[in-house]
Design a protein around this ligand. Sequence first.
Ligand SMILES: [Zn+2]
Length: 532
Amino acid sequence: MQNVTIDEAVYSRVNTIINGFSNTIDFTGTIYKQCELNHIRPKCSECKKHMHINKKRIINLRDSSDVLHLYMNSYEYYIYKCDICGKISTEKIPDRVPGRMYTKNYQVEALVTLSGFGITLKKAAELLHTNQKMLKEIHKAYLTRKGGELLPKHPDGSTRYSNGILIDEFKLHDDRSFCTMILDYDTSKLLYLEQGRGKAQVHNFHKYIGDDFFKKLKFVSCDMSATYPYAFNEINPKTEIVYDLFHLRQAYNEKVLNLSRKEQKRKVEKLVVNLELKVKELTARLNNNEFKQREGKIKEKRAILAQIRDLKEQLNKLSNIRLALMSNKETLALRDKVAHDKNTAKRNKYKSQGLPIPPDLEYYKENYVESVEAVCTANSKIKIVYELGEELWKILDIRNDEKELIKQLKIWMERASVAHIRQLTLFVKMLKKRWKGIISRSKYHVSSGKIEGLNCWIKNRRRLAYGFADFEYFALIIWDYTHTRKQNSKKRENYYSQDSHKKKIPKHITQAKPTIFQKHRNWRGLEIEARG
Ligand SMILES: [Zn+2]
């Protein structure tokens, strides 16, 4: 790419006026570069004789761009004519993308801009000094060439079969239109994408990929919806459905834990309202001097007020505990420990420098276990639900032992139904309904994390682009993403469970330059110390 500063551009413009020099710039910042063609006279395909120049034409093609300028290549090309038979031939421009108003160089630049940076069409169009339509056309043509028929391809290229697939849905434009996507489990590459979320999509996938594929398919991992499993069962009853643990847990958290917490909250709120009414009545009667033993009644009022304070504190705890209730106790304990370590490190930082600890220093929260336990002891119902939940996740973690899993699950369900909590009973009912898909967990210990990750990516892209109007283009982008992104062979460690937070942080990160505020704070600290 040619670098032309404004000065150079103006100079060249002046030169053009005076000498007819090659480069020119117009008022929009577009720089035109004069390009020479060979002008080789072609031979007529029929008469086998040289043709003659009939017309001269000038064409400007987009070639490249930087933030300020668009560089256009200006070509003068000839149209030749055969004198004998009247045949016409247009001179070819080697750099040009056939039939388009840009060069091959520009095409590459557009694709590079669009490829790796999560950039939207709109922004890319601004950068490249063009419109979205042209960019989309370039990108779509490229992706279509790359994807071919979009048939599933495995890394080894030999087979078209999958051991397992993941299926999920995502929102397209608004709340009404949905889209079904199917990924290969081993490679997490996109196999199929279609608008709609129902049995029809599964059957269409079957038609598209063939009966052979379904005969060799072992399992399908999906969320708790009932439509997909039903359709897969219709096609091949031998295919095993595996419900994703994450969704199961989500269902438990939302429909059992959270609902019982809300119920408890409502109960306490009602109590508070009643007590407050009582206080109001008492105060009114006290003001009217209705009581003979005034002192006793005042004491009673004080006791009720104290009770209200306690209940309100309990309410506060109940509202703050929502997220902590959804984690295991082990995770919570680790989280507490990490927070404690971080807090002491924070305090030590000031102590080691001999500075007073600033009163507005922000600490990490480090009493998760304590607060969960406090809520559990205050509310027996929540305690039962929370502890049963913890046991359930341990049971569902049993691998390669179906009998044991069934045995443990049955015991758990028995205990859950004995508790006589409405939400729990409903959950047990749901478990019974989806029994097969839950038992299959012991055989296929899969999670649909991969498809959830993709779902998240899609959500982000859709938000960036304000919904993709062109579904085909959108599908191609998703296909490209799943087929070209790097496969992470390393499993990411759990932050809290693997002590990864203790790993040494590189020096250049820890020794960041102090900001103005930190400097200021240190300076004040020193001053105080000097005075003391
Ligand atoms: Zn001819």
